[in-house]
Ligand binder design. Structure first.
Ligand code: GDP
Ligand code: MN
Length: 342
């Protein structure tokens, strides 16, 4: 698993689910992460695709990577509608959503992608020997040097989920997700962590305490934006999450609605974990169109060669849920305390 030349000590991989035609944008993301971080650590890259990667894709991304690269094909059963799904109902609902101009409403591949990111990527055999992953999408940007190993931060601080931006989901895409989540918790109250982050999802609620068997209130649609994730794969491999995904998959909202992996990952991390196991990477400057955020602390700029305008950042935008996170996590505004490697 530790390939020759790897410098970083964690069992970790950068992971990109990507299409062949996104090669240039994939290289763009890779170059930034390599220049800003990975060439000092040489963690491996894992690429996943529902179609075989082209020789060109493999050659060019391998050329861009400082560490080992590996390429995985996704099995058709993990990239198609399960048998119990009613196709006519899917089509009717799709048309309704298209008429409402919901983004990706008419796309079947987008639904497969969201389901794959929710329930399958962490089970891919190429990731079997890893504990941590860093999700990378094509055409994202990193604005600052990352002068420490975020995977090491996760392990040494006992963090299981890390994010940079948080915002609201389009309610039409997840009409029944909250009800399904509530009913799942009702039948599996043992998975509700004491000191969870329920208050991030429900305004005016209160985080569950030991002994609570239900969650109440209305979902405010806040979620961690999952195009960036640094997290522990074992969170998704856990019994709690496996059963949660199976419950959601049976309910069918990946297809009847257009459930995204972001609210699903967020609700699971926020409810099944104590909130202290969730980390906000306040020192990472990041862009995924149409939003960017720039570290607010001076130190990141002094030591990280940031190329972003501190005044332009999404964190306290009206559409950002980060102010709620600061409150829930008991943090002050801006970057958290800097991580000092041991
Ligand atoms: P958005 O960020 O929600 O607008 O969605 P994206 O188009 O960026 O897709 C999210 C991620 O899934 C990106 O890494 C895409 O490259 C990847 N992706 C989306 N659709 C497909 C697909 O049909 N096949 C493959 N292999 N990857 C996909
Ligand atoms: Mn994207």
């Amino acid at each position: 698993m530790f390939t020759p030349g790897q410098i970083g000590k964690e069992k970790a991989s950068l992971v990109m689910l990507v299409r062949n035609r996104e090669l240039t944008d994939a290289l763009r993301s890779m170059r930034m992460i390599e220049d800003r971080f990975n060439r000092k650590y040489r963690y491996p890259w894992t690429f996943l695709n529902d179609e075989p990667f082209t020789e060109e894709f493999i050659n060019f991304t391998t050329g861009m990577a400082s560490g080992k690269t590996q390429y995985g094909l996704i099995g058709i059963e993990q990239w198609s509608m399960p048998e119990h799904i009613d196709l006519q109902k899917v089509q009717a609902n799709m048309e309704t959503m298209v008429a409402k101009n919901v983004i990706y409403a008419g796309s079947m591949s987008y639904r497969h992608m969201c389901r794959y990111n929710s329930g399958f990527f962490y089970r891919h055999e190429l990731l079997a020997n890893y504990d941590y992953y860093w999700r990378v999408e094509p055409a994202v940007e990193y604005y600052c040097d990352i002068n420490y190993d975020p995977f090491e931060l996760m392990r040494t601080n006992d963090k299981l989920y890390g994010f940079v931006m948080a915002m609201y989901e389009y309610d039409v895409t997840i009409k029944t997700l909250w009800d399904e989540t509530k009913s799942f918790i009702k039948s599996h109250p043992q998975y509700l962590a004491p000191d969870n982050a329920l208050d991030f999802f429900v305004d005016g609620g209160r985080a569950s305490r030991r002994g609570d068997t239900e969650i109440k209130g209305t979902y405010n649609l806040c979620h961690f934006w999952s195009n960036f994730e640094i997290a522990n794969l074992n969170l998704w491999r856990s019994q709690a999450y496996s059963e949660y995904f199976a419950h959601l998959d049976k309910a069918g909202g990946f297809y009847y609605e257009r459930w995204g992996d972001a609210p699903i990952h967020s609700l699971a991390a926020g409810l099944f974990l104590p909130k202290s196991k969730i980390h906000h990477f306040g020192d990472i400057g990041y862009r995924h169109a149409p939003y960017s955020r720039c570290p607010q602390d001076i130190d990141s700029h002094m030591t990280g060669r940031c190329l972003c305008n501190r005044a332009e950042h999404f964190d306290d935008d009206g559409y950002s849920c980060l102010p709620r996170w600061w409150k829930v996590a008991g943090m002050s505004i801006g970057a958290g305390p800097r991580y000092i490697p041991h």
